[in-house]
Design a protein around this ligand. Structure first.
Ligand SMILES: CSC[C@H]1O[C@H](OP(=O)(O)O)[C@H](O)[C@@H]1O
Length: 354
C-alpha cells in the first residue's frame, strides 16, 4: 500500500486523493500554508490522516521559520495553528494534532529550549504521531476482528481505510485484521456521494489488497439489507461526543437506522484521538458545509439546472443508540458510552509503536 502521506526532508508528501483511482500522483507541501490547502481541498482527507497532517503542518511551519527570537517564533506559531485550525471544522483529530505539537512547543519554551532544539523536537513528535496512528489502526484491527462475521458481507460507508489514516485503516483495518485471522469477508462499499470516497478510494485500496469489493449507490443499502445480503456494517468517525453520538460522513446516520431496522450490527472504528470529551452530545458537533459544485458537477460536467438550491453537509451525526460498539485502539466501548468512555479514559495507556 503506498503511503497516504510522508514526512520528507523537502516537505510533506501527499498522495493526491482527488485524482484516485485513475491517477496515482503526489503533492509535496513545503510550507504550513500548503499543508492547510491540501487538507482544505481534500487532497488528504480522513480524520486520523487530517490529524497527523495538521501536526506535520505545525511542525513544518516551525521548522521552516526564519525568525531568530522565541517571542517572534511564538507569534508565528499562533498564526500557523490558526491557519490549520480553519481548514475543516468537524474532525476533532485536526485540533488534536495541532494541539499536541503546540503543547510540546509551549513545554519546550517554558523549559528554556533554544530554537534549534525546538525545531528538531516538533518534527520528531509529528513523525512519532504518524507511527502511533498506524499502530493504533493495527490495535483497532486486533480488538475488532472478532466482531466481524466469520463468513459474510460487511457494508462500509465512505473511506475509513489506509487512505483516511497513516496506514492500514480504522474501519477497513478491522476488516483487514479479520481477513488476516481467517474470516471470509467481502465488502460492499457505498459510493458515498458527492466526493465518492467509497467508489473511488475504498474500492481502490481494497482491490489493491485483493479484498473482494462491490460498489453500490448510496440508496441501495436498505434493499440489500432486506434481502439478507449484509451481515455487519462498519464505518469510521470524525468526532465522537462524550455520550457516544458519532459524526461521520453524510449518509452514515441513514445507514445506521437501516441497520437497526434489520437487526444488523453497526460498528464504529476510530482512534482515541477522535473522542471529544469536551463535546457532550452530537448536537455540539460542527458540521462542515462544502461547496455546492461538489453536488452540481461530476468530473467537471454540470448535472443540475443553473440556480437550483443545493445542500452539501459533509457529515451527519449517528445517535449513540444506533451504535452497537465503538472499536478503539484501547479496546471496545459499549453502551452506555458515557460510562465506558469515562472508564477507558481513566485507564493508563502504553505509548503505541508501529
Ligand atoms: C478513518 S475515519 C475517516 C472519516 O473521514 C471521512 O471524511 P472526509 O473524507 O470528508 O475527510 C469520513 O467521514 C470517514 O469516515
Amino acid at each position: 500500500m503506498i503511503p497516504t502521506l510522508e514526512w520528507l526532508p523537502t516537505g510533506v508528501n501527499f498522495l493526491d486523493q482527488t485524482k484516485l483511482p485513475l491517477e496515482e500522483t503526489y503533492v509535496l507541501a513545503t510550507s504550513y500554508q500548503e499543508v492547510a490547502t491540501v487538507i482544505r481541498d481534500m487532497i488528504v482527507r480522513g480524520a486520523p490522516a487530517i490529524g497527523v497532517s495538521a501536526a506535520m503542518g505545525v511542525a513544518i511551519g516551525i521548522d521552516r521559520s526564519k525568525t531568530t527570537t522565541l517571542d517572534a517564533l511564538t507569534a508565528e506559531v499562533d498564526v500557523i495553528c490558526d491557519t490549520l485550525a480553519a481548514t475543516r471544522p468537524t474532525a476533532v483529530n485536526l485540533f488534536w494534532g495541532i494541539g499536541r505539537i503546540r503543547d510540546l512547543y509551549n513545554r519546550l519554551v517554558e523549559g528554556g529550549a533554544d530554537i534549534a532544539t525546538i525545531k528538531k523536537a516538533v518534527v520528531e513528535e509529528a513523525c512519532q504521531m504518524y507511527d502511533e496512528d498506524i499502530a493504533a489502526c493495527k490495535q483497532m484491527g486486533a480488538h475488532g476482528a472478532a466482531l466481524m462475521p466469520k463468513t459474510g458481507t460487511v457494508l462500509t460507508h465512505c473511506n475509513a481505510g489506509a487512505l483516511a489514516t497513516c496506514g492500514y485503516g480504522s474501519a477497513l483495518g478491522v476488516i483487514r485484521a479479520a481477513i488476516e485471522r481467517g474470516h471470509t469477508i467481502d465488502v460492499l462499499a457505498d459510493e458515498t456521494r458527492p466526493f465518492l470516497q467509497g467508489a473511488r478510494l475504498t474500492a481502490w485500496e481494497l482491490m489493491k489488497d485483493n479484498i473482494q469489493t462491490t460498489v453500490l449507490c448510496d440508496n441501495m443499502a436498505g434493499h440489500l439489507m432486506s434481502k439478507g445480503r449484509i451481515q455487519a456494517v462498519i464505518v469510521g468517525a470524525d468526532r465522537i461526543a462524550a455520550n457516544g453520538d458519532t459524526a461521520n460522513k453524510i449518509g452514515t446516520y441513514s445507514v445506521s437506522i437501516l441497520a437497526k431496522e434489520h437487526g444488523i450490527p453497526f460498528y464504529v472504528a476510530a482512534p482515541w484521538s477522535t473522542i471529544d470529551l469536551a463535546t457532550l452530545t452530537g448536537d455540539g458537533i460542527p458540521i462542515e458545509q462544502r461547496a455546492a459544485t461538489e453536488v452540481t458537477h461530476s468530473n467537471g460536467k454540470q448535472m443540475t439546472p443553473d440556480g437550483v438550491g443545493i445542500e452539501n453537509p459533509a457529515f451527519d451525526v449517528t445517535p449513540a443508540k444506533y451504535v452497537t460498539a465503538i472499536i478503539t485502539e484501547r479496546g471496545i466501548l459499549r453502551a452506555p458510552y458515557e460510562e465506558s468512555i469515562r472508564a477507558m479514559t481513566a485507564q493508563e495507556q502504553p505509548i503505541l509503536r508501529s
